[in-house]
Design a protein around this ligand. Structure first.
Ligand SMILES: Nc1nc2c(ncn2[C@@H]2O[C@H](COP(=O)(O)OP(=O)(O)OP(=O)(O)O)[C@@H](O)[C@H]2O)c(=O)[nH]1
Ligand SMILES: [Mg+2]
Length: 311
């Protein structure tokens, strides 16, 4: 067993940090380590937190941390940095805010960039989750901004998904458009200190009840993340949902995750194998030919795959 694996299993924060960097860079040693730690994963509760930029996700996470710590949970936090240029300041703010938790060895916080992932952000985040699980975290919070396909994919890694909305932003509507509404297990109506809160809550509930004649409507919890109002209610609601959620649904999500991972790993392997067979100069040549419409990309892809046979 690798030394790194042993240290991860002991929960050593520096080993966890190094391991996540390895999977982010998708290096060779990362795969050996992942093989070794995989059997120790799969037991944590993963809570995804998504919503529009500035809805208060990080502030909420910041409140959830001490409340869950009081309940004896060891916590991992993965904040997926929005690629949006608007949020640069917010990320810095998050880091400073979260530093106050960093003295507690049972809390591990990591942010991951949304750009520059060969194997996809969901894969890198999924692997970070596995590392945190193997390191003994009971609860893993994944914060991701709810815009863009990648970010939505990422939050689907969670066992339970919170969508954070806030009044006065008009983004109840935006969220509905982005297809995030369907994936929410619970809506958090944050910034409930706004005078418009009750109005927005009524609108939201009306929409939710309209869409759920048979099933129970998705619950809504109001919070003021800046002062902690509603956070205890939120935690109780999360716990209620987890215990109510039937085992089959949780299994379905875990297996879906495994299926994605497997697909990504294979895609990557195949791509690597193919790239090693095609020289850079040949690649440029065919691109040129395709550009001139002398040949089509489908035929080229088939030719390359034929060459792969028996290798
Ligand atoms: N009035 C009020 N302000 C809040 C509340 N929650 C968060 N804020 C403020 O809203 C701003 C954005 O909060 P963040 O927690 O950074 O939001 P975020 O959703 O993490 O933002 P991104 O990570 O950029 O997507 C900050 O200035 C917070 O202080 C709340 O309940 N009430
Ligand atoms: Mg944030």
């Amino acid at each position: 067993m690798l030394d790194l694996t042993q240290e991860i299993l002991r929960g050593n924060p520096r080993a966890i940090a190094r391991a996540i960097s390895l999977v982010e860079n998708d290096s060779g040693p990362a795969r050996e380590m992942m093989k070794e730690i995989f059997p120790h994963s799969g037991r944590s509760l993963i809570v995804g937190i998504t919503g529009a930029p500035g809805s208060g996700k990080s502030t909420l996470v910041d409140q959830l941390i001490p409340s869950f710590r009081k309940r004896g949970k060891r916590i991992g936090i993965v904040a997926v940095d929005p690629s949006s240029p608007f949020s640069g300041g917010a990320i810095l703010g998050d880091r400073i805010r979260m530093m106050r938790h960093s003295v507690d060895p049972e809390i591990f916080i990591r942010s991951m960039a949304t750009r520059g992932h060969l194997g996809g952000l969901a894969k890198a985040t999924g692997e970070a989750i596995i590392i945190l699980e193997a390191a003994g975290k009971d609860l893993i919070l994944v914060e991701t901004v709810g815009v863009g396909q990648d970010e939505v994919e990422v939050v689907k890694l969670a066992d339970i998904i919170l969508v954070v909305l806030f009044p006065g932003s008009g983004d109840e509507i935006q969220i509905f458009k982005a297809g995030i509404m369907e994936i929410a297990d619970l809506f958090v109506l944050n910034k409930a200190d706004s005078p418009e809160t009750d109005k927005v809550e009524r609108q939201l509930k009306a929409v939710l009840e309209f869409g759920s004649a048979i099933e129970e409507a998705t619950p809504v919890v109001k919070t003021v993340a800046t002062d902690g109002t509603g956070v205890e209610t939120l935690i109780n609601e999360i716990n209620r949902l987890i215990s109510d959620k039937d085992q089959a649904e949780r299994e379905y999500r875990k297996k879906r995750l495994i299926s994605w991972m497997l697909r990504d790993i294979i895609t990557e392997k195949v791509y690597q194998a193919v790239s090693s067979k095609v020289r850079e100069s040949e690649w440029e040549e065919v691109v040129e030919k395709i550009y001139k419409r002398e040949i089509d990309p489908y035929t080229i892809a088939e030719d390359i795959m034929k060459r792969m046979k028996g290798t």
